[in-house]
Design a protein around this ligand. Structure first.
Ligand SMILES: Nc1ncnc2c1ncn2[C@@H]1O[C@H](COP(=O)(O)OP(=O)(O)O)[C@@H](O)[C@H]1O
Ligand SMILES: C=C(OP(=O)(O)O)C(=O)O
Ligand SMILES: [K+]
Ligand SMILES: [Mg+2]
Length: 568
């Protein structure tokens, strides 16, 4: 039986008008549908949308822009059917792609396992290698109905080691003497010699400096300088990995002068950024951001060069200098990453958890997605089971309600990439359920982020809709959004129910895939909410994703309104 009860509140934008609130009944759509859901796209031909779909999927084949279809990724669809939508995963997952995961089948396994975003670290591999991976992800999206977004991460101009002459790693033992050198070695590297990429290295270091490799995984003390060579004694043994990052400490504090001289975006990074723009990646993450201007600069560079200028810029918080300017940096960026690897080498390790909590909180207040990254499941690079401490760390990031968690070495070069992803997925699901059931989350004061009156209205609508959704225990929030902004405002409220975000462009849909709780669908829709809703109900019901009687709250950025209704 169809339920015709519906409540509709309309808030009109013009600042001079009073805000009328009225309640009326929506006519119940009586639409018979062809049940065809073996394919990714269900069609419904009796309605014609007035909205044109612009597909901008870069070099990849454009997905169908059939105005009468709806696109959602195959895994989400299966999860929705299986568990019903209250229990879909809210925390998004980012996987760094490397030699362990760059094959088409391996990428597909990650997508099936819940990867929402594939990250490419430009510090490693050639541009051709990255291009191949991008093409494979695009093919996967096109052929298998995924919406995996691509994030390009710049190398940054910090100091790092060379590539160990082809070896995958080298063991440094306690007390051993190693040579760090800026010399160019044309043949094989001499024994216990490490190449350093920064020419001023030998001049800058001092005898007695502490040299941290890879955020402190291995430590050396500088004992002698001989021309371009710097002799160091290993004080904390460990594995040296190719191109590992180097930081210096002198008298108990980080040596920053040199890094302060280096540009945040190096000339090589600019070439990589041009490559990313040409490939129409969805996100560009900038390493070692120190201030907001570099973000602003990059954003205008992208806007001038990218046709639709719809690449989001993610500020990586990993430099000690960024902590002083956190609000401005995050405000200037489209999102942030808690890059705990390098951050832990720049501030004392015991300060990293508090920094993480602060960054996650500021991002939520400023309505920017945030990724918690590095060493979440580090032991799984080698072992198939995580440590209890790692599970607790993942749980804490989920409990803080970060938008996304990221795998680095675990998926790039580890032995168990799919298992690591499964752990992230199952821990996320379990912790999310726990806090929903026990209301474990703390309320957060969300300051207004809009500058215009209409933006403030959107914000109020989303805050109210999310609150109503919790109080009425609705099954889902629906949001019709062209730019994705209304969807992110809803996500920011972290409501108890999932948010179905309908958007007209594939690139917006992919970008929404990074944000907490959003299930992004591509759908062409019109300015007529009643017809949008009828169409959506029909399409989703045809695919068994919703059923009659489900309680839904819908908002849209065309017509600023909140509608509460049962699915007919
Ligand atoms: N594209 C790639 N090609 C080869 N190895 C990679 C690639 N991406 C990542 N890796 C490997 O995975 C490790 C972890 O990745 P990540 O944390 O992104 O880099 P890093 O350790 O340089 O900060 C790297 O140290 C490197 O050994
Ligand atoms: C994510 C990080 O950056 P990268 O892996 O590029 O060093 C980090 O340092 O934690
Ligand atoms: K990087
Ligand atoms: Mg880093």
């Amino acid at each position: 039986m169809s339920v015709s009860h519906s409540l509709q509140l309309h808030l009109f934008t013009p600042p001079h008008s009073a805000i009328p609130t009225h309640i009326h009944h929506l006519p119940t759509p009586k639409l018979l549908l062809p049940r065809r859901y073996p394919s990714i796209r269900a069609s419904f031909s009796s309605e014609v949308s007035q909205v044109l779909v612009s597909d901008n999927n870069g070099a990849a084949a454009a997905p169908s822009s059939d105005p009468a279809s709806i696109e959602v990724d195959a895994v989400t669809e299966a999860e929705l059917r299986e568990n019903g939508f209250r229990s879909t995963r809210r925390t998004k997952l980012v996987c760094t792609v490397g030699p362990a995961t760059c094959g088409f089948e391996q990428l597909e396994a990650l997508a099936v396992g819940g990867m929402n975003v594939a990250r490419l670290n430009m510090c490693h591999g050639t541009r051709e290698w990255h291009k191949t991976v991008i093409d494979r992800v695009r093919r996967l999206n096109h052929e298998k109905g995924f919406a995996v977004a691509i994030m390009m991460d710049t190398e940054g101009s910090e100091i790092h080691m060379g590539d160990l002459g082809g070896a995958s790693s080298a063991k440094a033992d306690d007390g051993q003497i190693w040579t760090f050198s800026v010399r160019a070695f044309d043949s094989a590297l001499p024994q216990r010699t490490i190449n350093v990429n920064y020419d001023g290295f030998a001049e800058d270091v001092k005898v007695g400096d502490e040299l941290l490799v890879d955020g402190g995984m291995v430590r050396f003390e500088v004992i002698e300088k001989i021309g371009p060579d710097v002799k160091c004694r290993c004080t904390d043994p460990g594995l040296l990995l190719p191109r590992a990052n180097l930081t210096f400490w002198r008298n108990g504090s980080l040596v920053r002068e040199r890094n302060a001289m280096l540009p945040t975006i190096s000339s090589k990074d600019w070439l990589d950024i041009d490559f990313g723009i040409a490939e129409a990646v969805d996100f560009i993450a900038i390493s070692f951001v120190k201030s907001a201007d570099v973000i602003t600069h990059l954003k205008s560079y992208i806007a001038a060069r990218s046709r639709d200028s719809d690449i989001s810029v993610i500020a990586k918080i990993e430099s000690i200098d960024s902590l002083k300017n956190l609000e401005e940096i995050i405000q200037a960026a489209d999102g942030a990453m808690v890059a705990r690897g390098d951050l832990g080498a720049q501030i004392p390790l015991e300060q990293v958890p508090a920094a993480q909590q602060r960054i996650v909180q500021i991002c939520r207040q400023l309505n920017k997605p945030v990724i918690v990254a590095s060493q979440l499941l580090e032991s799984m690079v080698e072992y198939p089971t995580p440590t209890r401490a790692e599970v607790a760390d993942v749980s804490e990031a989920v409990r803080q309600r970060a938008d996304a968690l990221m795998l680095s070495g675990e998926s790039a070069m580890g032995q168990y990439p799919e298992k690591a992803l499964t752990v992230l997925r199952s821990v996320s699901l379990r912790i999310e359920r726990w806090w929903r059931e026990e209301k474990r989350y703390e309320a957060m004061l969300l300051p207004s982020v809009g500058s215009y009156f209409s933006e403030k209205i959107s914000e109020e609508i989303c805050n109210s809709a999310a609150k109503m959704a919790n109080n009425l225990e609705v099954d889902a929030l629906f949001v019709y959004t062209k730019t994705g902004h209304m969807a992110s405002l809803l996500s920011r409220c972290r409501p108890d129910c999932p948010i179905f975000a309908f958007t007209t462009t594939p690139s917006v849909r992919r970008r929404l895939n990074l944000q907490w709780g959003l299930i992004p669908f591509r759908l062409s829709f019109s300015d007529d909410m009643e017809s949008n809703l009828n169409k959506t109900f029909s399409l989703l019901k045809a695919r068994n994703l919703i059923k009659s009687g489900d309680l839904v709250i819908a908002v849209s950025d065309m017509l600023q309104s909140i509608q509460v209704m049962n699915v007919p």
